[in-house]
Design a protein around this ligand. Structure first.
Ligand code: UDP
Length: 239
């Protein structure tokens, strides 16, 4: 499907929570550090697209528990995501990396609409593509969007940057001291052992369409660059 299958192309999923540095809003230092790591990999010719969450602004399910209509709250969540995308774009361009934001909800003044074939073309030209506004539909998570965008833009793998956990464990490491990290497993094994990697919809989509996934901790120095370079960090979930 790709003109040059030797050239690696990855989708990087970043949680919105880290963009806020633990608070509501944006921590520019965090975004700057993420951008510089993506830039390092991009300069090596690795094709990169990014999906960011919006947890630092709004989560639909959370607002729902506070009395908001879920659908409207989810749209607020998606709009929050776009702000994260613009922040990342800004710091990437300060690094000298050409970047395009494509949103699932059209907003012509700030971003291109989501056009999959154009996104691929951007990556082939060395531009980093940031997919914003989630799927453009309520009731979905950005994990699911990450897998969908990775599949549609023919990525080699989905790289899930986590904060606070460096991979998939045999049990919840927060509650079970005997839990150990798994370096590699298959989707089938994860399913049988009931290990939570990403949410269920994202998991099924990835498993069914046989795209590898890497789950790693983004706190470690240069972890994002290393993941994009294809280094074996965190946990690999293989088809
Ligand atoms: N969202 C949505 N549809 C999508 C993606 C996201 O409705 O396709 C909304 C949803 O309300 C979600 C919020 O946007 O809670 C932020 O995304 P997410 O919670 O996945 O962000 P993360 O936890 O990764 O920061």
């Amino acid at each position: 499907d790709r003109p040059d299958p030797d050239q690696t192309r990855f989708l990087l999923k970043l949680s919105g929570e880290v963009f806020g540095g633990g608070q509501v809003g944006l921590d520019p230092d965090v975004v700057k550090s993420i951008a510089s790591q993506i830039a390092d990999a991009s300069r090596e010719g690795i094709q990169i697209c990014v999906v960011i969450g919006g947890g630092n602004f709004f989560r639909g399910a959370e607002l729902q528990t506070k009395g908001m209509d879920r659908v409207r709250a989810d749209y607020m969540g998606m709009l929050g995501i776009v702000m994260n995308c613009l922040a990342l774009q800004d710091f990437l361009e300060k690094e000298g990396i050409d970047t395009r934001v494509q949103t699932a909800i059209t907003m012509g003044q700030v971003a291109e609409p989501y056009i999959p074939r154009r996104a691929i073309r951007h990556m082939e030209k060395g531009r980093v593509v940031i997919f914003g506004a989630g799927m453009g539909m309520p009731f979905f998570s950005t994990d699911t969007v990450a897998v969908q965008r990775a599949l549609e833009s023919r990525c080699d793998a989905v790289l899930v940057a986590k904060s606070g956990v460096d991979g998939v464990y045999t049990a919840d490491p927060k509650t079970d001291p005997t839990a150990t990290r798994i370096d590699e497993l298959t989707y089938q094994e994860a399913l049988e052992r009931e290990l939570r990697v990403v949410d269920q919809t994202a998991f099924s989509l990835a498993a069914e369409n046989k795209i590898p996934m890497v789950v790693f901790a983004m706190e470690e120095e240069g972890a994002i660059t290393r993941a994009l370079q294809g280094e074996k960090i965190g946990t690999r979930v293989m088809p």
